[in-house]
Design a protein around this ligand. Structure first.
Ligand code: NDP
Length: 298
């Protein structure tokens, strides 16, 4: 399967299946990582206002020399910006130094202020404000979507939305596949972007014995198996993060896994269920994530 594969969004746009993640990619390193990725053929970059690196991502885009219209650029509305959606968009466009975003996501359905939950603000109003900006300024935002939306939250949103989100970006890897959310998204033509595909910082899932065994079978690295697992799922794309040039290159190899391989990878979650991005830090507790109710205690 070529790394140039794309997934069609409900807007008609093609979103490259493989993108470069940039969470915890520090200013300095991230600029070089984005430049390198684009120079070797990546055409999809994922950032967020919350990563505090949009400016450097923008510098990397420019340094690559790749024309803007060939790049699919995603950023996210910060949890602290739910009350001022138009201003947040202008901030991202200015930081990234770009006239438009290919995709703008609500990072979490969790408005925050002063380091805690903003209980007087409803995330539904945030979505309505994002719809308004999208409809009034198609030249600035090509598609809108959500992130960290469970099935419950998606159904709630779809009950009132006038724009169906193009994408739901969620955590997904063999220790947390979230097949229920992927299924629900497919039903509504929403593309899923799988984040933390390697198990996040330090890529712990590359050490899993099942992943290592399949890496040997296909003569690729464990990271290729984890990335391929997501890229092989219909309607799913994947955004591994790296600031290391050799890994950015390595991560572009995508292999066609068999149904048997996929089933074997799915056994990992049964033994070892891990969710990395727990919503308790937002102060909203396990919003929409019933399996995380205990995490409020952490
Ligand atoms: P990943 O699962 O992509 O793992 C990143 C880690 O793996 C880094 O430590 C990186 O190290 C290492 N790594 C990368 N490639 C390899 C390789 N080939 N071999 C060994 N180690 C490797 O984690 P993230 O949590 O960063 O998720 C990916 C992206 O998803 C984020 O960067 C962000 O863009 C997005 N995301 C979105 C969230 C949301 O709420 N919407 C939440 C979390 C992530 P190094 O960089 O040093 O090479």
């Amino acid at each position: 399967m070529p790394a140039s594969k794309t997934t069609k969004l409900n807007t008609g746009a093609e979103m490259p299946t493989l993108g470069l993640g940039t969470w915890r990619s520090k200013p300095g390193a991230v600029e070089k990582a984005v430049e390198h990725a684009l120079k070797i053929g990546y055409r999809h970059i994922d950032t967020a206002t919350g990563y505090a690196n949009e400016k450097e991502v923008g510098l990397g885009l420019k340094a690559s020399g790749v024309p803007r219209e060939q790049i699919f650029l995603t950023t996210k509305l910060n949890n602290t910006d739910h009350r001022d959606v138009p201003r947040a968009l202008e901030y991202s466009l200015t930081q990234l130094d770009t006239p438009y975003l290919d995709l703008w996501l609500m990072h979490w359905p969790a408005p925050m202020k002063d380091g805690g939950p903003d209980k007087e603000h409803d995330w539904r109003d945030t979505w309505r404000a994002m719809e308004k900006v999208y409809k009034e300024h198609p030249e600035k935002v090509k598609a809108i979507g959500v992130s960290n939306f469970s099935v419950k939250y998606l159904r709630d949103l779809l009950s009132f939305a006038t724009v169906v989100p193009a994408v739901n970006q969620i955590e997904s890897h063999p220790s947390c596949m979230q097949e229920d959310i992927v299924e629900e998204c497919r039903k509504h033509g929403i593309v899923v972007t799988a984040y933390s595909p390697l198990g996040s910082d330090g890529a712990p899932l590359t050490e899993d014995p099942v992943v290592k065994k399949l890496a040997e079978k296909y003569k690729v690295s464990p990271s290729n198996i984890l990335i391929s697992l997501q890229a092989n799922r219909p309607g799913v794309n994947v955004i591994p993060k790296s600031v290391t040039p050799s890994r950015i290159e390595e991560n572009t190899k995508i292999v066609d896994l068999t149904e048997e391989d996929i089933q074997e990878l799915a056994t990992i979650e049964k033994k070892n269920h891990i969710r990395i991005c727990k919503p308790f830090w937002t102060g909203w507790g396990a919003i929409g994530f019933p399996d995380l109710e205990d995490s409020e205690q952490q």
